[in-house]
Design a protein around this ligand. Structure first.
Ligand code: SF4
Length: 323
């Protein structure tokens, strides 16, 4: 009997072995995986795509040695470095998001720990921004104390991004200045305070397929509202610039996005950095799994414009919306 591929994987993966079967599925069966994944995406997320815009509100000069990051203390990458951006830039991006009816304003700050004075200064920005345009705000802002987290919550931050980035086993290969457990503890603290959580990872750091699976299983335990899947954008001067990424074919990347959807069917699955580089002419197929993307670039790298992103979404037969 001819195989259709459907018998080679389960759409409800419960174990690492189930999940690995999806990553190891022969490319010829990818259409079947996409079709099955789409049925689940449609059930929980309809045909909508959230388009989010990221503002890098503080750039560079970080004390941490995350090997993938152009802002790390070990990076020689030539990037703009600045303390908190002028409020006007944040306000300008907020207005664009509001006017274009995009889903969310994500605001990233380089660094791992902040003084109370810095948090208060940033919280004032958020409060002013919420007073001008009422977009949903998510911040990526290192490790917070409970006191600092509460200040940001009162200012209007509803969601916080804190990624696991890779598997627990592989973590010390990409960062030595803080631990995986510190990341998990920060997320649990934020969850207990009532924040929505955005928690994902980066593919292409030199990890094995089993690391991707184990990272996604850890994220499933956390059960975040949003799961950004980034594909490494190799920035010259970063420690991981020369990492071999040749195995990250469009087909393999799509299988990873499908696995994320199947493991976390109700979460927002976001194809974040790198989609423009890795998915190539198969980019539109990502919407069979993901219901969220970034537009207008990433922390230290350019990306597709809002106009091009909207065209990509609508040409693929999907709608975009305010959340
Ligand atoms: S990922 Fe964050 S903590 Fe790590 S080096 Fe970059 S800015 Fe610092």
């Amino acid at each position: 009997m001819l195989k259709t591929g459907r018998e080679l994987f389960t759409t409800t993966p419960k174990t690492a072995a189930d999940a690995l079967k999806i990553l190891h599925l022969p490319d010829e069966f990818l259409p079947v995986l996409l079709e099955e994944t789409y049925a689940i995406r449609k059930k929980h997320k309809g045909n909508l795509v959230d388009i989010q815009v990221l503002t890098n509100a503080r750039s560079g000069n970080c004390s941490q040695d995350c090997g993938y990051c152009a802002q790390s203390c070990d990076s020689k990458a030539e990037i703009n470095k600045y303390r908190l951006i002028p409020y006007e830039k944040l306000s300008q991006n907020g207005s664009i998001i509001y006017a274009r009816q995009l889903a969310r304003h994500c605001i990233g700050l380089s660094g791992i720990r902040f003084s109370d004075r810095e948090i208060n200064e940033f919280a004032q920005y958020i409060q002013d921004l919420k007073g001008e345009v009422d977009t949903d705000i998510c911040c990526s802002i290192g490790f917070l104390t409970p006191k600092q987290a509460k200040i940001l919550k009162s200012a209007g931050v509803s969601r916080i991004n804190h990624n696991l980035n890779t598997s627990r086993n592989f973590y010390s290969s990409i960062c030595t200045t803080h631990t995986y457990d510190e990341r998990v503890a920060n997320i649990k603290m934020l969850q207990a305070l009532g924040f929505e959580i955005c928690c994902g990872g980066i593919i292409g750091l030199g990890e094995e397929a089993v690391d991707i699976v184990n990272m996604l299983l850890e994220i499933k335990e956390i059960n975040p509202q949003s799961v950004p899947i980034n594909f490494l954008i190799p920035v010259e001067g970063t420690v991981l610039y020369d990492t071999d990424i040749s195995h990250l074919t469009p087909e393999y990347c799509l299988k990873i996005l499908c696995l994320a959807r199947l493991l976390l069917p109700k979460s927002d699955i976001r194809c974040a950095a790198g989609r423009e580089i890795y998915l190539k002419d198969k980019e539109a197929l990502m919407f069979y799994a993901v219901n969220s993307i970034f537009s207008s670039g990433y922390l230290t790298a350019d990306g597709q414009s809002i106009e091009e992103t909207i065209k990509l979404v609508t040409a693929a037969g999907f709608d975009y919306k305010i959340e």
